[in-house]
Design a binder for this molecule. Structure first.
Ligand SMILES: [Fe+2]
Ligand SMILES: [Fe+2]
Length: 245
């Protein structure tokens, strides 16, 4: 198995386990949703928001404005759900979350003048990567949730938007890149993906430790019966399918 596949499998396994631990723990759920909020208000918004400074063509400016409005709506949904879970003032993103963005910006700097359409192409390449990552993250979460759970309803709505964003960012980048720039664009996209992946396992392990600690705290405070099935790696969906409940 290649290193990148190994990284993806490891991140998926670690994060899926963390999501299962969080199923019946309000504190752990709040931690997971807070991390989504950091992405909605941080990475996803930042990449496109910077595009305002580079004067995109009108059709693209309209698309970017619509995406940013969606990201604000996602953040609003997450903040409302966090308030329901008792987290009215979510924590700020830790330094490591900003570090990934900093490394990506640093890696992209040599490409800023590489395209005839300008630096907007670089911003679109970053946004396309973040949106595609968002699709994977929300789909992974939905796979462990009961379809009727409050988080599932909200995440399905966000996932539908992220799928659309990923597609339109990729299509916009393609439209802006000339045929003779294609190879450079692929090199840029590969570099962004490489940095994104290189942070993946570290961020996943950090995430797991935080979620597991919070789930354990809730279990000690009385959630034990519900968590027993989670500790065994069984989701509500799986329990229904297996006829256990
Ligand atoms: Fe979003
Ligand atoms: Fe998005």
């Amino acid at each position: 198995m290649r290193l990148e596949q190994l990284q993806r499998v490891a991140v998926d396994a670690i994060k899926t386990h963390a999501l299962r631990l969080a199923l019946r723990s309000p504190r752990a759920q709040a931690q997971v949703l807070t991390e989504y909020l950091w992405v909605e208000e941080g990475a996803e918004s930042t990449a496109l928001d910077r595009s305002r400074s580079v004067e995109p063509p009108a059709w693209l400016a309209k698309l970017i404005a619509a995406h940013l409005a969606d990201e604000r709506r996602h953040a609003g949904l997450l903040r409302a759900r966090l308030a329901e879970l008792g987290t009215a003032s979510p924590r700020e993103a830790p330094a490591i979350a900003h570090a990934k963005l900093w490394w990506i910006q640093r890696a992209c700097a040599p490409f800023l003048d590489a395209f005839a359409a300008g630096p907007i192409v670089v911003l679109l390449a970053v946004a396309a990567r973040f949106e595609a990552t968002g699709v994977r993250v929300f789909a992974r979460h939905l796979a462990v949730l009961d379809p009727d759970a409050a988080d599932a309803v909200m995440l399905r709505e966000i996932l539908a938007d992220e799928k659309r964003h990923a597609k339109s960012c990729a299509a916009a980048a393609k439209r802006m890149v000339r045929t003779n720039e294609q190879e450079t664009f692929e090199a840029l996209s590969a570099r962004i993906a490489e940095i994104d992946r290189s942070f993946g396992v570290t961020l996943a392990v950090t995430h797991w430790v935080q979620v597991a600690a919070l789930a354990a705290r809730d279990r000690l405070k009385g959630g034990r019966p519900q968590l027993e099935s989670v500790a065994a790696g069984v989701t509500p969906n799986e329990r229904s399918i297996g006829g256990v409940s």
